[in-house]
Write a protein that binds this ligand. Structure first.
Ligand code: SAM
Length: 319
């Protein structure tokens, strides 16, 4: 069984990554874009996060999918579609849709190409009849799908509330880009974490075992490898909290002591307590997100939620 083909749309450009990271680190406030979490260890740490008792979005989304799959399939009317998985990771979520949606092709997009290639190879052995394609792409740069992805009947799948990593303004721009790529017969199935009790949100991003802390701190190791810096993770502390006014979880790395980090172009000092902003995760209410979808040109066929209204899966069609 040959491995599925893998097309590199945005081959890793070390110079561009270095420039982006240096710009962020020297910015005010210092920041690292969240896409850099996902080196090989980061992808595995994220998978571990989804198993944590405190982190419920992944399990809740899976439970909604399991319980409502026939309805989701009806709402999307997607039989024979090209299922396009945005940030496929281990591809497990999309695989759970195959039996009900009966796609004609599965296209897995991810920036972390080595992990994607492994996951896709594994999946192809389980689904021998389904044509699969891997695409190495940074879809925050541009949603440049290669010509091998059929233009008709595209169903975009964006689970896990990754849309929450964008600011609402950037989320709208991304949804509009999806709408343009979907064409007039396309659809979107998207998972969104909902506004909920602050204590629940705080615990979800600062778990007792420290797995989220390890995930956050590991980005410094990745940055060291990409730019030749000398961050020592022991100098930094994981900080995560819900910012109610902005309706978002913020993750930061805070200097435990005064540190001087070696970077190309000159050392960068961080006084004790100074933070590097590593991630936002915006939370929405169902009406807020439905409005965003409508503004982007999608008609929400149905929003599927759990019985405690903690997570929503929106099934929508292009209009
Ligand atoms: C939070 S994980 C979600 C994985 C899986 N879809 C799930 O829901 O369990 C995010 C995935 O998106 C990928 N990713 C993050 N930023 C990306 C970007 N800008 N372009 C393409 N893939 C990206 C990561 O490599 C990672 O596999």
């Amino acid at each position: 069984m040959p491995a599925p083909p893998l097309i590199q749309v945005h081959p890793l450009d070390p110079a561009a990554a270095r420039a982006e990271l240096l710009r962020g680190l020297r910015g005010e406030p210092p920041a690292i874009p969240p896409k850099y979490f996902y080196d090989a260890l980061g992808a595995r740490l994220f998978a571990a996060i989804t198993e944590l008792p405190e982190y419920t979005p992944t399990r809740t989304e899976a439970a909604i999918m399991a319980a409502r799959l026939p309805e989701i399939a009806r709402a999307l009317d997607a039989q024979g579609c090209t299922l396009i998985d945005l940030g496929a990771g281990n591809c497990e979520k999309a695989a759970r849709l195959f039996a009900a949606l009966r796609p004609a092709q599965y296209v897995a997009l991810d920036i972390s190409v080595d992990y994607l290639a492994q996951s896709l190879d594994c999946l192809q052995r389980q689904y021998l009849e389904l044509p699969m394609l891997g695409v190495g792409i940074d879809f925050t740069r541009a949603l440049d799908l290669p010509p091998q992805v059929p233009a008709a009947r595209r169903l975009f799948f964006y689970p896990g509330s990754s849309i929450g990593n964008f600011t609402p303004v950037a989320a709208l721009a991304f949804l509009r880009a999806l709408r343009a790529a979907a064409g007039d017969d396309g659809a979107l199935l998207i998972g969104v974490d909902l506004v909920k009790d602050r204590a629940v949100l705080d615990a979800a991003y600062d778990d007792a075992l420290g797995v989220t802390a390890a995930f956050n701190l590991n980005v410094l190791n990745h940055v060291n490898a990409l730019v030749g810096a000398d961050f020592d993770v022991r100098d930094w502390r994981h900080v995560a909290f819900y910012n109610e006014a902005q309706q978002r979880i913020e993750m930061h790395l805070e200097a435990r002591r005064d540190v001087n980090v070696r970077l190309p172009g000159g050392a960068l000092p961080f006084a004790a307590g100074r933070r590097i902003h590593t991630e936002n995760s915006y939370k929405y209410t169902v009406p807020q997100f439905a409005q965003l979808m409508a503004d982007a040109g999608f008609a929400v066929a149905q929003a599927f939620t759990d019985d405690r209204d903690t997570f929503a899966l929106f099934a929508a069609r292009a209009v």
